[in-house]
Ligand binder design. Sequence first.
Ligand SMILES: [Zn+2]
Length: 181
Amino acid sequence: MKIGQRFNKLTLKEYFFYIDNYKKYTDFNILGLYRSIIENDKLDITSKIEVREYTHKTFKKSFDFLQLKDPQTYFDIITIGKELTQADENQIWSDIINNQQKILADKKIKHRNFGIYSKHSCGYSTCPLNGLMIRQGALISERFMHFNSDKNEYAAKNKSDRRRADRKRKKQTIQKNMSSD
Ligand SMILES: [Zn+2]
């Protein structure tokens, strides 16, 4: 049987129904379910938290793996309705980074199941995402995570400006060397 509709359009009652009966549906997707809680505009914050808590009752273990598989969704889900300072956010990212290492260190888990990961590196030593494992090929989500705040966007722009300036400088140096020969 198929659900045949998008999770992010479900009402509170429908969420409960599909979670209770998830085994009957071949297109039931846990990650999709969690993502939909963020995207669903039919639910207010209180309902979103209610759906989250209800979903956790059945899928908490899978949810913990999202720290590795989709850290942005994990972050968004645990922070629903919370007002965070930059320090709070940094702390959460730091916890996620530590938990990723714990998940990967667990010998019972075959790393292959998670695909190939690389560490986030934007070149900024103060970036809270430093050390975060990101699935290879998931460049969109990496970019999304990084351009999340205006501050980061600004930093990234500076970075590309700097790169361009570096390239120019290099070119000039080469030309200079050639002409002085
Ligand atoms: Zn970064």
